[in-house]
Design a protein around this ligand. Sequence first.
Ligand code: HEM
Length: 356
Amino acid sequence: MLTYSKPEGTLVSSKPFVDTTLTVWIAAVTAAIYPWILDAFHWSVTPPVATIQLARLSAGTSLVAGLLLIAAFAVPLINLLIASRPHQTSTPTAQNVRARRFALFAVTAPTVYVFFGVLTYMAGSKIPDTWIWTPAWLVFGYLASRSTNAVIAHHPRTSSHLRVAHGVAGSIVAVFVLFHIFNHLFGLISPEAHAAVMDIGRTVYRAKIIEPLLVLVMLFQIFSGLRLVWTWSETSADRYRMFQIATGVFMSVFILGHMNSVFIFARTWLDIPTDWAFAAGLPTGLIHDAWNIRLLPHYALGVFFVLAHLASGLRVVMLAHDAKMSTANRFWWSGVLLSAVVSAAIMCGMTGLKLV
Ligand code: HEM
């Protein structure tokens, strides 16, 4: 049973908070094995077929590949679920909070793995990413699981000014993000259609004054969002709020890594255009390349989480304007469903499906 308490959106559960050591180890182990799941998926669809379509694989191979892909997406999902379990009391221990923050960090595994891979590639590392990644997560898990019984002494409060600033800046960012996502839907028609829409958008968002401002606002969203997350993660926030927090944490890393890929890696380091071929990992594509496969959950979750994060923000605004809880929740569920459909449609286009 859940009972609401102050501050708004927080609750206390009569269900015990999942054991904190177990939380940390679930997070550490699932994140540690994440790249191996992707590797297994890659092996299951190798050797590549001439046309990049799973439908051309045998039914057995498709089933195994499908299950492995589900397992890859299950990693952030499991961590999202354990991070959003309410604290048992309104005064959680430092260990409870640390476990939750660690699970939140593990939600970001698919996007951290891309960011990490780009950085090791740029550094010219010859060591396979998995050899560093897996031990690193296990070491982090060990460090985070070491017990401390200190009680969080203060009553965390999120700054209302920061919340408003994050919301206002978020609505500016949303204009770009919604266009950018709309643009990627044109991949379902053709790379040319995608490029034509991008060319129109570029006249605005790549204008000399706008582009640095866009980057600045993005950076503001990342750091203001992480500040809010830090405080919220100490409270017993409800599952809607925790979903908003977890998607925000994911987006912080996604945006930072994505801007590094676009501005530093592609445009500066490789000196290549950031076009459809760059985004879709051509010529090999996203599915049949051992490295590119990591882009699939990264992009899919990036689109899904950013849209769902916006829906979560709008739900909070609706509640603040006295909307009925049931109406706000219905709006949220519809938003999340639509986000999943848009994300799936974009990924179909990026992996070769064409509607015309
Ligand atoms: C399927 C998912 C995505 C793909 C394939 C993708 C791909 C790209 C590409 C190709 C560019 C270069 C655009 C250009 O050269 O004009 C770009 C830029 C950018 N993307 Fe994404 N993106 C995705 C999702 C997102 C999301 C969810 C966000 C934000 C929350 C985002 C934020 C940005 C930003 C800030 C830029 C820099 C814009 C600029 O060039 O000034 N992207 N992305």
